[in-house]
Design a protein around this ligand. Structure first.
Ligand code: BDR
Ligand code: CA
Length: 313
């Protein structure tokens, strides 16, 4: 599978990138970055460094939009750390991003090889929406598009009802949904990771026991998120929204429950970014496939398998 990943790289995005880098079924062709969890430059640095850690420093990284379409940028640094990677004082990456804009890359790659690329988005949908403004049919030029986006039960993580990626740039999510169809576009909401992908203390021990550089990196960069979760939510363990979305793209068989539905996004200030699932019998036709559950054990086996030392794989 030829893969392009669009990411506001912070801790869980980085883990998702490691999965894409290590999975033998994926050919990671390009990474595009967007402002979200952290400002754009930092997201780019984090993507470059993560690829370096994974031994994939040949994969080109292209910078994209440095702010949402309409709203000011509002980052998630209190959750992921000022640098998005747990404030560990990590070294800077050895290389720079490639010349060229992420939006051009999303357009040009899909035009050059229609139906061949799979796109996974892990951040606000700004780059993809900007590309769609230039080519309304772009989604159909990808084999599949997977988005970590939304909170279809209206239980949010950035507001009472909204998930961060959609809340950060609701207009972009709106543009994507307006062009989507359920045969092409799959949304994996934040609820899936809360239900089926929490790294419990036992999972964290299993991760440490792997004793591999990638497992160690994963553990360290999620330190801040773990502390934040314990302090603010009282939960022990952290969830992995972006790795779940990546895992679904790599192994669609991990999905335990899905529905096709018409989804739209609240753009007004009070309910900003709320995912509204229209299940009326008389409602508009479905525009996405919504993943509701994944098989937790299979997801974790995939995660630990891909983070294991090379010789154990
Ligand atoms: C999403 O928001 C970000 O903080 C995570 O990286 C993930 O993409 C979860 O709501
Ligand atoms: Ca993300």
């Amino acid at each position: 599978m030829k893969l392009i990943v669009d990411t506001d790289t912070a801790s869980d995005d980085a883990v998702a990138l490691l999965l894409a880098a290590r999975d033998r079924s994926a050919e990671l062709e390009a990474v595009t970055t967007v402002a979200g969890n952290v400002p754009l430059r930092q997201a780019t640095r984090n993507a470059l460094l993560t690829l370096e850690v994974a031994g994939m420093d040949g994969v080109p990284v292209f910078e994209g939009c440095d702010r949402p379409m309409v709203r000011p940028l509002s980052t998630a640094q209190p959750v992921h750390g000022d640098d998005g990677m747990g404030d560990l004082g990590l070294p800077g990456p050895a290389r720079h991003p490639h010349a060229g804009h992420a939006v051009d890359v999303l357009l040009d790659r899909a035009h050059a090889r229609p139906g061949e690329y799979t796109l996974v988005t892990l951040g606000p949908l700004t780059n993809l929406a900007a590309a769609l403004l230039r080519d309304r049919d772009l989604l159909g030029r990808y084999q599949q598009v997977y988005c970590m986006a939304g909170a279809p039960d209206a239980v949010g993580n950035i507001s009472a009802t909204a998930e961060f990626n959609v809340w950060a740039d609701p207009e972009a999510a709106h543009v994507v949904l307006a062009a989507a169809d359920p045969g092409r576009v799959t949304w994996i909401g934040w609820d899936v990771s809360r239900r089926d992908a929490v790294m419990t203390p036992a999972d964290q021990e299993r991760l440490s026991a792997l004793d591999s550089p990638l497992a160690g990196f994963t553990h360290r960069i999620n330190r801040k998120v773990t502390e934040w979760a314990a302090r603010v939510t009282g939960l022990s363990g952290y969830d992995l929204p972006d790795p779940v979305a990546m895992a679904v793209a790599l192994r669609p068989g991990l999905v335990a429950e899905r529905e096709t539905a018409h989804v739209r996004i609240a753009l007004g200030d009070e309910a900003r970014g709320q995912t509204m699932v229209d299940r009326r019998l008389t409602g508009p036709p479905p525009n996405v496939t919504l993943v509701r559950r994944v098989h937790e054990k299979s997801f974790k086996d995939l995660l630990f398998g891909l983070l294991a030392p090379e010789e154990a794989r």
